[in-house]
Design a protein around this ligand. Structure first.
Ligand code: PLP
Length: 393
């Protein structure tokens, strides 16, 4: 039977193909070092598991969450977290939505706002979901190139007026997947002004906001005065607390945008399991004691990889945030041929930059989430193997 147009127009989810390739190599007994999918290799902290164990005994968590926007305990913990971490006040009753991880919310915000013929402004390279949803909604994604010489920030002034006029959403994602850069408040101010000028919704994907390496903490777009009128921000517990499988996150923003998301969601899903929401509330309350250790762990890996690659002569841009290193490919290679060579000759799995968009071509992404008994030692071994290639840039 012929599938719907929307499915015929999109490629398979890239990470499913990469996962299949990896499984095949492992089955053949190859000793793979995996810098592929960005999925934390460490366990969810015990304090979250303990909170979950307790919460699951509460009979109310076995039923539908009839609030539509999340348990009050979870929304209040989110409001406390936004205030203590970002200095942002949100009303837990009208400005907060519990989500099934971040991915689900990124999808549903597009369904809430994008009509056929509308334009969605999407960074390139980027997480594929923003663009695919635009197509699903009958709209079109307009790429905003993220260029190295521009610090991998989009040049909003380069967006043609006619395009901006038809645009409904503007996507940002900082700390950025795949480039590993941060955006500062000045850039967010510019983006908020752009959203105001063109009457569109600024959607900031803050999935990696707690993974950063310097002293300066990444900001929330809601720190820009009045941003909630034109912006919504998506957070996730996936990366901050090693909880990718738990499927829990949240959206914060203006009440009108939260209501639009909530109305879409309640017609599609029935929310995150209540016990998971209660465990997530507890996790957020423990954030300040937990997150510095998480950051130290990734920083050790980042430093090992940067030093290792520089030691073999690779030109490395040091990641400022997220757990990705965005590596330019050597002379004579495309993203795909270099990724293939690393896999075949070194047993090192990386993601070819082209899967993140046309402007990802010429790069590969290396994730610091490495499933190995000693990830720093695995990084050293990978560097040793890659040194053998003797590539020039
Ligand atoms: N946004 C970005 C940029 C991501 O890289 C990912 C996952 O890798 C997600 C969203 C999805 O995260 P979640 O597990 O919260 O759905």
């Amino acid at each position: 039977m012929e599938r719907a147009y929307r499915l015929r127009t999109i490629p398979p989810y890239p990470f499913r193909e990469i996962a299949a390739l990896k499984a095949e190599k492992i089955q053949r007994g190859e000793k793979l070092i995996d810098f592929g999918i960005g999925d934390p290799d460490q366990a969810t902290p015990d304090f979250v598991i303990e909170a979950m164990t307790e919460a699951i005994r509460e009979p109310r968590t076995h039923q539908y969450d009839e609030t539509g926007h999340g348990y009050p305990e979870y929304r209040q913990a989110i409001a406390r977290h936004m205030a203590s971490r970002f200095g942002v006040e949100v009303d837990p009753d009208t400005q907060v939505q519990s989500t099934i991880g971040c991915k689900e919310a990124l999808v549903h915000i597009e369904w809430a706002y994008v009509d056929p013929g509308d334009i969605v402004l999407v960074p390139d390279p980027a997480y594929s979901v923003y663009k695919v949803q635009a197509t699903f909604c009958g709209g079109a994604a307009f790429p905003m190139p993220l260029r190295e010489e521009n610090g991998f920030l989009p040049d909003l002034r380069a967006i043609p007026k006619s395009v901006a006029q038809r645009a409904k959403l503007l996507w940002l994602n900082y700390p950025n997947n795949p480039t590993g850069v941060l955006a500062d408040l000045t850039f967010y101010e510019e983006a908020v002004q752009f959203a105001r000028d063109h009457d569109l919704l600024l959607c900031q994907d803050a999935s990696y906001v707690e993974v950063y390496y310097g002293e300066a903490k990444p900001a929330s777009v809601l720190q820009v005065p009045g941003a909630a009128d034109v912006a919504i921000e998506f957070h996730s517990l996936s990366k901050t607390f090693n909880m990718t499988g738990w499927r829990v996150g949240f959206a914060v923003g203006g009440p009108q945008h939260i209501e639009a998301l909530s109305r879409t969601k309640s017609n599609v899903d029935s929310g995150t399991f209540g016990a998971v929401q209660l465990a997530a509330a507890h996790a957020l309350d423990q954030y300040a004691g937990w997150a510095p250790g998480l950051r130290r762990m990734y920083q050790q890996r980042r430093d090992a990889l940067v030093a290792g690659l520089r030691g073999i002569g690779w030109p490395v841009r040091v990641p400022e945030g997220a757990f990705y290193l965005w590596q330019r490919v050597p002379q004579g290679h495309t993203s795909a041929t270099f990724a293939e060579e690393l896999l075949d000759k070194c047993g090192v799995l990386v993601v070819p930059g082209g899967v993140y968009g046309d402007f990802g071509e010429g790069y590969v992404r290396m994730s610091l989430t490495i499933m190995a008994p000693n990830p720093v030692a695995a990084i050293a071994e990978a560097v040793e193997r890659m040194a053998e290639l003797r590539v020039t840039f």
